[in-house]
Design a protein around this ligand. Structure first.
Ligand SMILES: Cc1ncc(COP(=O)(O)O)c(C=O)c1O
Length: 397
């Protein structure tokens, strides 16, 4: 046996091959439709509970029209990093829009949200600093901390007492401390406690970086995310996020003071050493920001669907954790049952995502359900019937 195949690799490979052998493997299925309320998955029409296209904007006619026009003018890509030929008028308009949404001096664009998080953390902290992470932050943040070379300290999820005690313990040791949170958590759907975090940060001069991936377009009066939700316009020092959820597209951003953004442009490796976001995506995302303003009914529809969906699942006896957002975990707490549950709902026309180790601990295994604004009541009611039947069969409810 080659040294490449460690015990961990063997164990994981055995799990995957067992799941495949029993026809419970539902990852990477071929999609032959757009990402709407229904999708064609391996040739079968299914209700879509797997995407993060929360507002359904990726298929909105105005977004498609803006993207088609940009493709005609600029073609597929721009052929260079932002510092080279990768900054068009569309990039500049999008950066201005983001800076204005977040009331910041500037913004930078990245080819993905993952890169934006890597770059924003790398530009904010370094050796001699500490990043204080909620234990459930996204992997991109953890990787950003590694890239930055600063010390990584974790605090218990959304536990302000634990954060306070960590700040007190770490306080004198570091040049700078950076608290990092997801505004809405990608697996549990709960919301970060920004007011308390800001109070604690203020006591010891710590900075705050928020990841708006699952909150932009979702929470807040104008749908602008966490700062809008708490009405705290200057509540974070650095704001990072992605276009893969609110616009159902690709690309990421960082917003912050002008001087910080100017520094980031020449210091964040995922920004400097990677090709620029294609102009077609800037055009589509700009059109999505326009829609957020001109058609606020999508945010309202999303919220109505979330309320209806979570209360329906709870009434049936499912555990949906602390979520009050479109990220709805259906807790199964057993890896094998989770894979089987997903296979069974897929066979009945519901497409969702099983979440098992290493994404979460085995005892936290769940089906992750993404509610979207374009779900009809009929879609949600159909899914209730399926969840009830499968939940009873597998003795989950
Ligand atoms: C909380 C969070 N942050 C960042 C990202 C990365 O975004 P992207 O998919 O645009 O790379 C994701 C995507 O899964 C996410 O859930």
């Amino acid at each position: 046996m080659s040294a490449l195949i460690s015990d961990e690799i063997k164990q994981r490979a055995a799990f995957v091959s067992e799941v495949k052998k029993r026809d419970m493997y539902t990852y990477c299925l071929e999609i032959t439709s757009s990402c709407a309320n229904e999708m064609t998955v391996a040739g079968k029409r299914c209700v879509n509970f797997i995407s993060n296209n929360y507002l359904g904007f990726s298929t909105h006619p105005k977004v498609k029209e803006a993207a088609a026009e940009a493709i005609k003018k600029y073609g597929l890509g721009i052929g260079g990093s932002p510092l080279m030929c990768g900054t068009t008028d569309l990039h500049n308009r999008l950066k201005e829009r983001i800076a204005s949404v977040y009331c910041q001096g500037g913004a930078a664009l990245f080819a993905s949200g993952y890169q934006a998080l890597l770059g924003s953390v790398q530009a904010t902290v370094g050796k001699g600093d500490a990043a204080l992470l909620d234990q459930l932050v996204h992997r991109s943040i953890v990787d950003g901390v590694t890239l930055s070379g600063c010390d990584k300290r974790m605090w218990m999820h959304n536990d302000m007492e634990d954060l306070e005690s960590l700040l007190e313990r770490a306080g004198k040791k570091y040049r700078r401390m950076l608290i990092i949170v997801d505004s809405v958590y990608s697996m549990d759907g709960d919301i970060a406690n920004l007011p308390e975090m800001k109070r604690l940060a203020g006591k010891c001069g710590a900075l705050i970086l928020i990841d708006e991936a699952h909150s932009l377009g979702v929470i807040g009066k104008k749908g602008h995310g966490l700062l809008d939700h708490y009405d705290m316009p200057g509540g974070a020092d650095v704001i990072s996020g992605t276009f893969s959820k609110f616009a159902g597209a690709v690309g990421g951003f960082v917003a912050g003071p002008e001087e910080f953004i100017s520094y980031l442009n020449h210091a964040a490796s995922p920004y400097m050493f990677s090709a620029s976001l294609p102009p077609v995506l800037c055009a589509g995302v700009l059109a999505s920001f326009d829609l957020l303003e001109s058609e606020p009914e999508w945010v309202e529809r999303l919220r109505g669907n979330v309320k209806y969906f979570i209360s329906g699942l709870k009434e049936m006896g499912f555990d949906t954790g602390p979520s009050k957002t479109p990220v709805v975990p259906l807790m199964i707490r057993d890896q094998e049952k989770t894979m089987l549950f997903n296979r069974m709902i897929l066979d009945r026309g519901i497409y969702a995502s099983p979440v098992v180790y290493p994404a979460v601990a085995p005892s936290e295994s769940r089906i992750r359900l993404g509610v979207i604004a374009t779900h009809t009541r009929d879609d949600l009611d159909r899914s209730f019937e399926v969840f009830k039947e499968v939940g009873k069969k597998l003795e989950i409810i």
